[in-house]
Design a protein around this ligand. Structure first.
Ligand code: JFZ
Length: 486
């Protein structure tokens, strides 16, 4: 009797398995997946021109500018050590003080064309601008709230000036928009429980939708929306609303680029859905962070938003943390691009609209490097068929391989190792400089081809440098090193 029940139980389990498998479907990568209504809309990368163009930028500029730029991380002679754009949530700054800052917002030093020229000089292909951060203040004259630039002494539309100035410089504009809004009474952290909360929340959802469409209506030139403030339970429970809204946005603006932070799937997964497929067009989770290998990206597009200080995106009068050097930031540009990502460096203008001098200096230093080496950053692909080597990072474009050198060998001989039957070097030169001599350095035990690149004496004196190497196909090679018997 007992044996029989175990037998039937096993039979039941097997039947369940068959049932589950019947519901599953194969996704594009051939994995078994569960059916999702609000998961990824396109597992795998987008292949259209707009996305190709975005992918080709390599370097972007982020700008955080808002009412938090007035206190700049300080209030009543006290210094806030958190991110300066979060100062309103600091116990030492009363909300009422923060919420009245707009009455003094009159940035006489603001000149969008000057910012755009600085970004152009730096070598940025696109920029992301904060239209509304968590505080809810709108840098455009929104019809849906009074808490906007229209009600400051300044009055004029800032988003419009930024969009126009950058577009005129040939720099694509993406708009940052925080869904979380500390100024709107309808914003909730938790999913509504009472009728009153439900009514407020429904109102807030419509307000959010209205503002997003207002931005698309006002600034049709924009190329993307960079959403933020979407992590709370209230929004994470709105997979259907958010998905429908994303579809509507895409219908109105078919080329628009939206990252993985906007909407959750029906299980509340963010960035990646329950099947591990990316939600949205690119992975937005590498914030102030760089993957250790390209494998971690699962073939997805990605961006790395980076702060110059340790943390904190808005203007900070006196940074309390380490401030990155131009060298370190340039190295991050190479590193991100070697794994196919865009590096988006953040700037925080002060309450008067002026870029802090230390940030102007950083932009200029990056620009100096990009002028010579930008061809190894813009429009490049990651290198997946040559193993990573200790002197730095690699990118490629067609038959050109770029060697971004950050660790120069002491003997001035840079070794490159190609796998067997892959490539041998053609013409090799320093970007912005002379042709370089290359000599054959034999093979190693794996039959990898080794080459020595002879560096000129002063190489690296002005910072990191890039070697351009023409790749010659060597897949047909048939001689091999005679292995010793061990
Ligand atoms: C958010 C904001 O809170 C912050 O002020 C800034 O605007 C930044 C660009 O975005 O901060 C985040 C958001 C998400 C993560 C980390 C910080 N995240 O997913 O790790």
């Amino acid at each position: 009797m007992k044996t029989y029940s175990i037998f039937f139980y096993l039979l039941f389990l097997m039947a369940m398995q068959v049932e589950v498998q019947a519901q599953n479907k194969e996704n594009s990568r051939g994995r078994v997946t569960i059916p999702l209504e609000h998961g990824s809309d396109h597992p795998g990368r987008r292949t259209d021109d707009a996305m190709d163009h975005w992918r080709s930028h390599g370097l972007g500029q982020f700008i955080h500018w808002g009412m938090y730029s007035i206190p700049g991380g300080e209030w009543n002679n006290k210094t806030y050590t958190g991110a300066s754009e979060w100062i309103r949530s600091w116990k030492d700054m009363p909300n009422a003080d923060y919420d009245n800052l707009y009455k003094q917002f009159n940035p006489k030093g603001f000149d969008a064309r000057q910012w755009a020229r600085m970004a152009k000089e730096m070598g940025a292909g696109y920029m992301v601008f904060t239209t509304k951060h968590h505080d809810g203040f709108c840098m455009w004259p929104s019809k849906y709230t009074d808490y906007t630039v229209a009600n400051t002494p300044y009055k004029k539309d800032i988003v419009k000036q930024v969009v126009d100035a950058y577009t005129a410089e040939g720099i694509d504009v993406h708009l940052y928009f925080s869904v979380m809004d500390w100024n709107q009474g309808g914003w909730l952290y938790q999913y509504p429980k009472t009728d009153e909360e439900r009514a407020k929340w429904e109102g807030f959802k419509q307000f959010t939708r209205n503002q997003i469409f207002e931005l698309l209506e006002n600034y049709p030139q924009i190329k993307g929306l960079w959403f933020d403030g979407t992590w709370d339970n209230s929004w994470v429970s709105e997979c259907e609303f958010a998905h429908e809204l994303e579809r509507e946005i895409r219908t109105k603006h078919p080329d628009i680029i939206i990252g993985s932070r906007f909407r959750p799937d029906e299980f509340g997964n963010r960035q990646y859905d329950a099947n591990g497929d990316l939600i949205g067009d690119y992975d937005q989770s590498w914030e102030r962070d760089i993957p250790t290998s390209i494998e971690q990206l699962n073939g997805n597009d990605w961006d790395c938003g980076m702060t110059i200080a340790e943390n904190g995106w808005g203007y900070t009068k006196n940074p309390t943390s380490y401030v990155k050097t131009p060298y370190e930031l340039i190295s991050m540009i190479s590193e991100c691009n070697s794994m196919g990502g865009n590096f988006v460096l953040n700037f925080g203008p002060d309450g008067n609209g002026a870029m802090p001098p230390r940030e102007v200096h950083i932009a200029a230093e990056i620009g100096r490097w990009m002028k010579t080496n930008g061809t190894a950053i813009r429009g490049v692909d990651p290198v997946t068929d040559i193993r990573k080597q200790g002197w730095g990072f690699m990118t490629k474009k067609g038959d050109k391989l770029y060697l971004h050198v950050y660790n120069k060998p002491l003997n001035n001989v840079l070794r490159i190792e190609f796998g067997r039957k892959t490539y041998v070097p053609g013409v090799v030169k320093m970007l912005g400089g002379m042709p370089l001599q290359v000599t054959d350095a034999g093979r190693n035990k794996r039959n990898s081809r080794l080459f020595n690149i002879h560096l000129p004496e002063g190489a690296g004196a002005n910072g990191p440098f890039v070697i351009e190497m023409q790749l010659i196909d060597n897949t047909g090679e048939n001689d091999a090193y005679q292995q010793a018997h061990t």
